[in-house]
Design a protein around this ligand. Structure first.
Ligand code: SF4
Length: 412
């Protein structure tokens, strides 16, 4: 592994909603997963993605600058730099006109922030320290048990706001796992890490994604993984299928299939030679080859093992919390209707659009008068759920489908 230190211009990437920001301090990933999105043309970084790891050495400064620019201050820091840093309560008031806090997702994009380089460089750790100093909630996702190194810091962050540390696990069989994820921690070690985090009362779940067609989505693999999730007290499970884009991602995965699963090569070719821009498999062959629907299957397995099939959302207590609760409800209904019950996708699309509307609304709906609420451009499909939330602060639809209980993360 070669480490190249770079001074970066950017670190923070926002999501559509701007209620979560992604931080990727590394470019490239030594774990070398054969299905890694980071190897596709779409996310192309450099040729030696798995061996030459670029690290943004100024990542901590970039994060600090970003947070200060948004109007926040390191109110937890022992040594403060400016006079305003001494007046923390200005920032913490729920009625202030200051912006709402958002979640910092450390990693989770196209690099693993606990890959081996982190052991020597500790950039992720420095980012966590800044999140603590500024009292920001965080999430992270990894395939490396090195994450346990920072458990005390996660606990500190969680005590003051929120910290969730999730792990990815796709294959229960260690030999198969080594074929596809050669330099990540073993599946066993990842579940041990999960159990340690859960024993320390930290929110932590499992991302089973991607479930490789005809390999990871087999009944045997899923049963074994779910059993491990149950034994490690996973907070939730999320499942997803494989998307395969053009470039090194597809080339490498096909080469591994050719070498280790030649009998599957033709099926993979049929599924993925459509070259869909987002890498999704061909719909015709998905049906023809009886490909398991990884989301529906995950939902059913979660019901069987009594594990939530959703990452309960943490919402900071502030003036926009009701808006965000409504947004989460609409988005969850859209997901259940379209992906699980396969109802009209137009209805789901409308619910999703209204979810974004509430996520980005800058005025508290709880303080709006009736006239103003009626003038909001929402679709008719959303109205009963919104009014349900406004009158009872709960959602009948999600209650009926046993999806309400774990929708939000509530601190004990
Ligand atoms: S751990 Fe994630 S970022 Fe790293 S190689 Fe694997 S899939 Fe890619």
């Amino acid at each position: 592994m070669q480490i190249e230190k770079i001074v970066a211009k950017t670190l923070v990437h926002d999501t559509v909603h701007k209620t979560q920001y992604h931080l990727n301090p590394y470019q490239g990933c030594y774990h070398d997963c054969k299905y890694c999105n980071g190897k596709s043309k779409r996310f192309y970084l450099h040729d030696e993605f798995s061996t030459k790891i670029r690290v943004k050495v100024n990542a901590p400064q970039l994060l600090e600058q970003f947070l200060r620019k948004k109007g926040f201050y390191p109110t937890n820091r022992e040594h403060t730099d400016t006079l305003i840093d001494f007046v923390p309560n200005l920032k913490e008031s729920t009625n202030s006109n200051l912006p709402s806090k958002f979640t910092l997702f450390i990693g989770g994009g196209i690099c693993d922030v606990y890959q081996p380089a982190e052991e020597v460089l500790s950039v992720t750790r420095k980012l966590l320290q800044i999140a603590y100093d500024f009292k920001f909630p965080i999430r992270t996702l990894t395939k490396n048990s090195l994450v346990l190194r920072d458990i005390e810091l996660f606990k500190k962050i969680h005590r003051q706001s929120f910290a969730r540390v999730s792990l990815t696990a796709t294959l229960a069989d260690e030999e198969e796992q080594k074929i596809f994820e050669p330099r990540a921690s073993t599946t066993e070690d990842r579940f041990l890490a999960l159990k340690t985090l859960r024993d320390d009362d930290l929110p932590a779940g499992i991302y089973m994604t991607p479930l490789l067609p005809f390999i990871g989505d087999s009944k045997k693999n899923l049963e074994e993984l779910f059993k491990k999730c149950k034994d490690s007290n996973a907070e939730f499970v999320i499942t997803g299928g494989l998307t395969l884009r053009q470039g090194k991602q597809k080339e490498e995965l096909f080469s591994v299939i050719r070498d280790h699963y030649p009998e599957l090569l033709e099926k993979y070719a049929k599924l993925y030679l459509n070259n869909h821009p987002s890498g999704i498999p061909d719909t015709f062959y998905t049906h023809k080859l009886n490909l398991v629907d990884p989301i529906k299957m995950g939902y059913e397995m979660c019901k069987k093992f009594q594990i939530p099939f959703f990452e309960p959302r943490y919402i900071p207590v502030d003036k926009l919390q009701l808006n965000r609760r409504i947004s989460t409800v609409l988005s969850r209904i859209a997901f259940i209707k379209s992906r699980i019950f396969q109802h009209s996708s137009l209805e789901a699309k409308r619910l999703q659009l209204d979810s974004i509307l509430f996520e980005t609304l800058t005025k508290d709906i709880g303080r709006m008068d009736k006239q103003k609420i009626h003038s909001l451009p929402v679709h008719k499909e959303s109205i009963p759920h919104i009014s349900n939330m406004l009158t009872n602060n709960e959602c009948e639809y999600l209650l009926k489908h046993n999806e309400w209980e774990n929708l939000f993360y509530v601190h004990n």
